[in-house]
Write a protein that binds this ligand. Structure first.
Ligand SMILES: [Zn+2]
Length: 1009
């Protein structure tokens, strides 16, 4: 590797005592840098190779004050200058860098003077007026500097080096034995027909927008962060550090409203937040697959060096707008879909037809296969089959195959799935009115069960169970005049007392079912039973589906920790004393083996579990939610549920959940071209081996994050191909294979990788791997690994891709420039924060919910939208542009909406004008606004209408409903809201964005020494 690109390290960043001490909030520094990373075996950051030009490693003099303050190079990146904790400027070079491979583009080559000059001219040296970077910069890393001082202090001080042993993969397993035997080395596979390979650099400019927050944007907020941070009183300019809202706005301005055509390999898609239309031309839509980078490094060494996780987040059933390519179903007849003989990849655009159309070479394993006679077609002069555009499997990235009996359980056709509603009728649920609410709702909701497109009615069968310590099954056969109840009181050996009449068609049994739903609340109206069982309830559901030989979903409405004598009985094990100890992880580990076995039973039957919890105290969600999160299900939680207040919130969740698009009894396999393979999987999934991802169900909101590792060298010419094949049962009982194909670039230049990174996908991977790791490692270790890996990623960029610059400059790759704010937000999330003030169940719930999130959901969760409402244009349809998530952006006379996909807050400033309050709440002043309001009154004025329509549109876009909370400035309730201002110092510990950047910068410098 050429050493020309290394940045010389100034003397003050050489190893010094006290250098790189961890700020208190992150514990003291390990004696050795942490070498463990997510997504890789323990390894060290490569030492500077020997034989290099030594002068490149000799210290350079500190930058003179007369030197230009900004360096422009051929690479896209952001320079953030940190000067004694004050950020002096942010800028990045213009994006008009010419595409195409060439010596000037090589990351190893220093920028040519020509380029430097050209770019200097186009981007004005905006920061010339800032203080020089001279020797002061050394304060950066000094332990006594304000930066390293108390500003980062958090409650969870950590000491000592992290344990290195046992730091491996939380769920260690043997390496997969070669995914399907297709890893034979062979000649480079041919590129995808019809999909021209992309020139290096062609897509390089896509991710960056113009107008990064620069000094010109400095607002009236100077100094605020410093006051917040404690002692240092330097003037800070929060506008000068990379802004997520700006990145989102820029991408929307640049790519919003456009058609994104998927015909290019390695193309970086618009951000998840951007409004775009996809045209499938041979690669899966980014709605289905998103990658951490669209250019994989060619070798394992490069991958290790940069430590950027190589991962794809797959959402196989993602909702697709009506104007985009629908999912075509291909039928290859009795013999089933055409597949490569060797690696079993399905026919796709990456198969290269040869020999006049009689053979095809597999793009994944290079095996040459005969074309079956029925599938033969002539090739045109370009070597393309003449039926190319008539066959979705040749021209599209995503499509489905009709599966044959070979793909069905026991070679028998699948049946339509069943939905079983299981209602806890113990005292708490009866008293709260929940049972009546659920029963009333089901009468209308069951008309909206999911159905095939164009089908008149749903083929999903329904069944009903009520329970407390014992279970009641109901016969609701259409021929009956009255429903019949059958009681099972022996919960140790669960069985289903009736077959015929338990699972029925709603349309046919409507009268009996409605009769039952009317009776249930009254039947148990006088109950005193407060104890419940839980595991036997799930067991009963599985047994019922087993008996009916179908897959399905259980909707369980449950109130309390199951303490009745039965399998899966739980006891309260919440112990706040464990927080910030080695044993904290036990709070999140599921409690009993019985639930693990239940998960397995559920998965093998294709039984998904959705849990609606209504707890008034600790219920051990870590255990109760375990089955749901291994069966493609969800856990919904409504603490201290009150029908009047929370009923609508719960009902909208239930409606979405019942009606959503979903597949059952699914098994997913991700195949790759030679040189790399899928090694790890995160999601609401179950795995019996190292390659097959089993999902009892997978719905339109569930995503699986897949990590890849090299096992050979990848070729720049052929790129990296992946094919996700999902075998599943449709809502009407058809067996199908849903195929998603994606082709990525490969490069020997790390700069290509950094250019094609996607921060939103990266943070999805980091969140899921950290939340899994916390089951087996102390939180402080998990957090240290996260920060350390991030520092390595950024240090590697600086070392290999950025042009030489003073160590006092923080240099971020353009595509990762807001990665630190997301990472810092992740570190401050409930599960990782380790505060006794948070409920253990809330933390466990958030951990479990994140497991199956797609990129959109983790993006919004970790950087909420803070929408100013006081200046909104009531005549416009547009939602006002969000502002940065910081207290600095709030104004006393303002009104803001904050949403993160789980919570929705309406924040009212102390000086909010009475007329605004009147128009929204119909009360004379702020003091009169009731804070337990869960929806806004429907008032006939433009302000009220506009605000309610904004809220409705937000609720509509999100997978689950969000409870609206009214928050008044300086009120007690404001604490909940402030937790979500992720750029500020965490309420329960954790640094402000500004402090975190300084901290990351120091870590980078330590890595570089
Ligand atoms: Zn093959």
């Amino acid at each position: 590797m050429s050493q020309q690109g290394y940045v010389a390290t100034p003397p003050y960043s050489q190893a010094q005592p006290g250098m790189g001490g961890y700020p208190a909030g992150f514990g003291s520094a390990p004696s050795q840098p942490l070498y463990r990373q997510y997504g890789g075996p323990p390894q060290s950051f490569p030492a500077p190779p020997t034989g290099k030009d030594t002068c490149l490693w000799s210290p350079i003099p500190p930058v003179k004050s007369s030197a230009p303050q900004l360096r422009y190079t051929s690479m896209q990146y952001v320079i953030v200058r940190l000067h004694s904790c004050s950020v002096l400027k942010v800028d990045h070079p213009p994006l008009a860098f010419p595409a195409g491979p060439g010596p000037v583009q090589s990351p190893q080559a220093p920028p040519t003077s020509h380029l430097t000059q050209q770019q200097f001219q186009t981007a004005p040296p905006t920061a010339m007026g800032h203080p020089p970077m001279g020797p002061h910069s050394s304060q950066m890393a000094h332990p006594q500097s304000p930066l390293a001082g108390p500003t980062m202090a958090g409650p969870q001080s950590m000491g000592g080096p992290p344990p290195m042993g046992g730091m491996g993969r939380p769920f260690p397993g043997p390496p997969p034995p070669g995914a399907g035997g297709f890893q034979q080395p062979g000649p480079g596979a041919a590129g995808p027909p019809g999909h021209p390979q992309q020139l290096q650099g062609q897509f390089g400019g896509q991710m960056a927008g113009p107008g990064m927050a620069g000094p010109g944007m400095a607002g009236p907020f100077q100094g605020g962060a410093a006051q917040m941070a404690g002692p240092p009183q330097k003037k800070l300019d929060p506008d000068s550090i990379p802004s997520t809202t700006q990145v989102i706005e820029d991408d929307q301005a640049k790519r919003g409203g456009q058609v994104y055509t998927t015909n290019l390999r390695g193309q970086v898609p618009p951000l998840v937040t951007t409004d775009y239309t996809v045209q499938d031309q041979g690669n899966a839509s980014p709605r289905f697959m998103r990658c951490t980078t669209y250019s994989f490094p060619c070798t394992a060494d490069l991958a290790k060096q940069c430590q950027v996780p190589l991962a794809t987040i797959i959402k196989p059933f993602a909702t697709v707008p009506k104007n985009e390519t629908p999912m075509y179903v291909v039928n290859h007849g009795e013999t089933g879909p055409i597949r490569c003989n060797r690696c079993k990849a399905y026919m796709c655009p990456y198969m290269q037809f040869t020999d006049g159309g009689r053979r095809y070479q597999c793009g994944f394993c290079n095996c040459v296969n005969e074309v079956p006679a029925f599938y033969f077609q002539h090739l045109d002069h370009m070597g393309k089959r003449v039926d190319f555009y008539e066959r979705p499997e040749l021209s599209l990235g995503s499509y489905e195959f009709a599966a044959t009996l070979d793909y069905c359980k026991n070679n028998k056709p699948a049946s339509p799935p069943a939905y079983i509603f299981m209602i806890d009728v113990s005292y708490a649920n009866i008293k709260s009115g929940l049972v009546r609410l659920v029963c009333d709702e089901l009468k209308t909701l069951l008309d909206n069960l999911p159905r095939e497109d164009g089908a008149e009615s749903s083929m999903v069968k329904v069944g009903f169970v009520t329970y407390n310590k014992i279970l009641h099954f109901y016969n609701v056969k259409s021929a009956l005049a009255q429903p019949q109840m059958m009681v099972v009181s022996d919960t140790a050996e669960m069985f289903v007392p009736l077959l015929d009449g338990f699972l029925v068609n709603f349309q046919e049994s409507r009268a009996v079912i409605n009769n039952l739903l009317d009776q249930i609340p009254d039947m148990f109206a006088d109950t005193n039973e407060s104890e419940t069982v839980f595991a036997p309830v799930i067991q009963a559901g599985v047994e019922a589906l087993k008996a009916a030989e179908c897959s399905g979903k259980l909707f369980i409405f449950h109130s309390s920790i199951p303490t009745a004598e039965a399998p899966g009985k739980l006891k309260n094990r919440d112990d706040k004393k464990l927080i910030n100890t080695e044993k904290e992880k036990t709070l999140f580990q599921p409690q009993k083996a019985v639930y693990e076995q239940l998960s397995k039973d559920c998965v093998s039957q294709g039984c998904s579990v959705d849990l609606f919890l209504f707890p008034s105290q600790y219920v051990d969600i870590a255990t109760m939610g375990d089955v749901a999160t291994h069966t493609g299900g969800s856990v919904f939680k409504y603490s201290n549920f009150q029908v009047e207040r929370d009923g609508q919130h719960f009902l909208s969740d239930l409606r979405k959940d019942v009606e959503k698009a979903i597949g059952f009894d699914a098994i997913m396999r991700v195949r790759t071209s030679t040189g790399f393979r899928a090694t790890d999987f995160f999601g609401a999934i179950h795995m019996n081996n190292t390659t097959d991802v089993e999902m009892a169900a997978v719905d339109c909101d569930k995503a699986v994050t897949v990590e890849f590792k090299h096992d050979d060298t990848l070729s720049e010419e052929t790129g990296a191909l992946m094919q996700c094949a999902l075998l599943y049962t449709t809502i009407s009982g058809q067996r199908r294979l849903r195929i998603h194909n994606l082709s990525l670039n490969c490069s020997a230049q790390l700069s290509e990788l950094y250019k094609s990174c996607e921060t939103d996908a990266l943070i999805n991977f980091f969140a899921k791997s950290a939340y899994r790791a916390m089951l087996n490692q102390p939180l402080k270790t998990v957090k240290e690994i996260l920060v350390n890996q991030a520092a390595h990623m950024l240090a590697c960029y600086r070392k290999n891709c950025a042009s030489p610059s003073a160590a006092s400059q923080l240099i971020l790759p353009d595509a990762m420039k807001v990665f630190p704010v997301y990472l810092n937000s992740l570190l401050k999330t409930g599960p990782l924060v380790g505060s006794a003030e948070l409920s253990t169940d809330d933390r466990a719930h958030q951990r479990l919910s994140t497991t199956a999130m797609g990129v959109e959901d983790t993006q919004l969760l970790l950087y909420p939208r803070l929408i100013p409402l006081h200046n909104m244009d009531v005549a416009s349809d547009v939602v006002p542009t969000p502002v940065r998530c910081s207290e600095e952006r709030l104004t006393d006379a303002g009104m803001f909406l904050l949403e993160n996909g789980c919570s929705l807050f309406l924040w009212l400033g102390q000086a909010c004008p009475p007329e605004v309050i009147q128009s929204i709440f119909n009360v004379p002043s702020l003091a009169h606004v009731p804070i337990d309001l869960r929806s806004l009154p429907e008032l006939d004025n433009p302000q009220s209408q506009k605000l309610r329509s904004i809220i409705d549109s937000l609720l509509d876009q999100r997978p689950s409903s969000m409870k609206l909370m009214i928050v008044k400035q300086k009120d007690r309730s404001e604490i909940m809201f402030r937790q979500h201002l992720v750029e500020d110092k965490g309420l329960h510990g954790g640094a402000s964005y500004m402090d975190f950047l300084c901290y990351v910068h120091r870590e980078i410098r330590q890595v570089l020494t």
